[in-house]
Design a protein around this ligand. Structure first.
Ligand SMILES: [Zn+2]
Ligand SMILES: [Zn+2]
Length: 601
């Protein structure tokens, strides 16, 4: 089932509601500063809207309450929104005391710009929308009357500084962000998601749970993985390797550096040069740190003659790549400069493509199940005829053919997907996988790409059943993404409370008093022998404080030991959820832990 054509946001009722709410907000602000407020622009945005103002003083959070209250009165007034087209001359007169609007009118008159100062191909008609006394330069769309905005589903969120037209040479304006929904319930859910997102921010939790850090002297975008992050990486790699071994992948290893020629052949140079670190020159050769593993895997394919019996050949590597991202675009673990990728390249004859592609999709589904991801969508990006020979390899026949193969595979496999034209990779159609975390936050996790261009540039061939040379297709895939992105996602998805198999510390032993430490150490040794990750809290704190700290560290099992436990060779189990299964024989706890581990539950 393909979910073709989700409605564009601009065409939804929520967009009109939010756009209208931004007018109502501007109206309230202008009343607050009669004759003194200069208004700039106020578009709807994802989840809400904003408006930029130049005001005689700085706004405070108390102002937001006053503005919000006034907005509700305007909504109760049920004022109609009325549109009127007018000439540039009339518009200039109407907004005589609004210098920002004057600039926008000039832009509209010249063409190439809309009323928000954005680029546009058309030369828009100049129009205004009026509700009550408030008039804005605007082409809509709006709701019909202010009363169609639900007064219980709006909220002003924050005040921020914003330069006029985003240019720091321009005056700094005050921006008010607001949100608007259909129902009070939707608003409440949104606020909950925002609150959760703040609590779950992987940069904050990553620091608190000692998973990773950045250091100025190492450099921005180059994460240092602390021991607990090291455990997460080891466990994810173990999972990836197990699944790939089962699916017939073979593991390879390739260097971090290669000569320039390889990336010229692969087509990364010069097109991809901006995302690569600059070359180093040694003995008259130029070397690059690799931004991708593909070219080296192709060389491994080409290292010996291949026959149809070798295919599909699946070469896997947790390869570390380096990509140059501008400092301003770095973001926690989500945008980094060094990345460890769950990479593999599958070399496959055309007639086995569909089953192989579906096997990759099947792998995704197994991972989704393990991580409890129940909301996802795959986006198939295809070529655009206009871009052939420029953005895209100039071979329309192969484009259409491979796109059709992917489409058929997804339809036959009942994979929900949307199709987007003109967003493919240079060398073939791609499938982006978007997933949603437990709190409904969206992430682009990984990409599958079909490649018919690189096999040609690398002269990759195999001898088919008929004894003739044929070119394989290549599937690039990385279902577990990079460690950086995936762990960033998982921290937020689990709110740091990793399932037992991933938890950096699985059990914390809590001796009640000093005389119980020796027994706790003995238990710890037994558990470590069974490859459980265990620590002992030997501090002189009270038991409840130790339990609270272990809970804050989101450790799945807490094992309390005191006189009774020593006597019975037992441990008293508590879970981070607050559940309290109580005393049990050590063997019983071990069985429980091993079951949880085996199920990756
Ligand atoms: Zn407007
Ligand atoms: Zn690749």
């Amino acid at each position: 089932m393909s979910h073709a054509g989700l409605p564009r946001y601009e065409e939804t009722p929520l967009y009109r509601i939010r756009h209208s709410a931004s007018h109502v907000m501007a109206q309230a602000v202008m009343e607050m500063f009669p004759g003194q407020a200069r208004i700039a622009i106020g578009p709807p945005i994802e989840d809400g809207f904003y408006y930029d103002f130049q005001l005689p003083r700085s706004l405070t959070p108390e102002d937001l309450e006053v503005i919000e209250r006034r907005m509700r009165e305007i909504i109760a007034g049920d004022e109609p929104f009325e549109r009127q087209a007018l000439s540039a001359e009339q518009a200039r007169k109407l907004f005589a005391d609004q210098p920002f609007k004057q600039e926008l009118i000039a832009g509209l008159e010249r063409g190439g710009q809309d009323e928000h100062g954005n680029q546009t191909d058309e030369k828009p008609e100049i129009s205004i929308y009026q509700n009550g006394p408030f008039v804005d330069l605007c082409r809509g769309p709006h709701v019909e009357r202010t009363g169609q905005i639900n007064p219980d589903a709006i909220k002003l969120m924050s005040i921020a500084g914003a330069y006029w037209r985003g240019d720091e040479k321009n005056p700094m304006l005050q921006r008010i962000y607001g949100t608007a929904w259909n129902t009070a319930d939707e608003l409440e859910q949104y606020l909950w998601r925002m609150e959760e997102a703040k609590k779950r921010d992987h940069r904050k939790l990553g620091r608190e749970l000692e998973i990773f850090t950045f250091d100025d002297e190492v450099g921005p975008g180059l994460p240092l993985w602390l021991p607990k992050g090291g455990v997460l990486i080891e466990e994810l790699e173990r999972l990836g390797k197990q699944m790939e071994a089962k699916a017939g992948y073979q593991r390879v290893r390739t260097p971090h550096l290669t000569k320039e020629d390889l990336f010229i052949r692969s087509g990364h140079l010069p097109y991809y040069a901006e995302s690569m670190y600059p070359p180093m020159e040694l003995e008259g050769e130029r070397y690059y740190v690799k931004p991708m593993n593909c070219p080296m895997h192709h060389k491994i394919y080409a290292a010996k003659p291949r026959s149809y019996r070798d295919l599909p050949l699946r070469l896997a590597e947790y390869g570390t790549c380096y990509r140059f991202e501008k400092s301003g675009e770095l973001f926690g673990l989500m945008r980094v400069r060094s990345l460890q990728m769950n990479d593999a390249h599958i070399y496959v004859p055309e007639d086995q493509f569909e089953s192989e592609f579906m096997a990759v999709i099947g792998l995704y589904h197994e991972y989704f199940k393990i991580f409890g991801i129940d909301r996802y969508v795959m986006r198939l990006s295809t070529h655009g005829t206009q871009g052939l020979g420029k953005k895209y390899v100039d071979n329309e026949r192969l484009w259409l053919k491979t796109e059709d193969m992917v489409r058929r595979a997804m339809v036959n496999g009942n994979v929900p997907f949307v199709e987007v034209a003109d967003e493919a990779a240079f060398y073939g159609p791609k499938v982006d996988v978007q997933i949603w975390s437990a709190t409904g936050r969206e992430f682009t996790l990984a990409t599958n790409q079909v490649d018919f261009a690189q096999p040609a540039s690398f002269n990759l061939t195999f001898v088919n059943r008929e004894g003739q040379e044929e070119m394989p297709l290549v599937i690039h895939r990385a279902p577990l993404s990079t460690h950086e992105r995936l762990i960033g996602f998982l921290i937020e998805h689990y709110a740091g409370a990793f399932p037992v198999w991933l938890a950096p510390v699985q059990a914390m032993l809590i001796p009640i008093a000093d005389r119980h430490i020796a027994y706790a150490r003995q238990v710890a040794e037994t558990l470590r022998g069974l490859e459980l990750r265990v620590e002992i809290d030997e501090r002189g704190e009270r038991m409840n404080a130790k339990i609270r700290d272990a809970q804050l560290q989101k450790i799945p099992y807490m094992l309390v030991v005191g006189d009774k436990e020593i006597e019975q060779g037992a441990v008293a189990l508590r879970l981070r959820s607050g559940e309290n299964p109580g005393p049990m024989a050590l063997e019983a706890f071990v069985r429980r832990a091993q079951d949880d581990l085996a199920a990756r539950a």
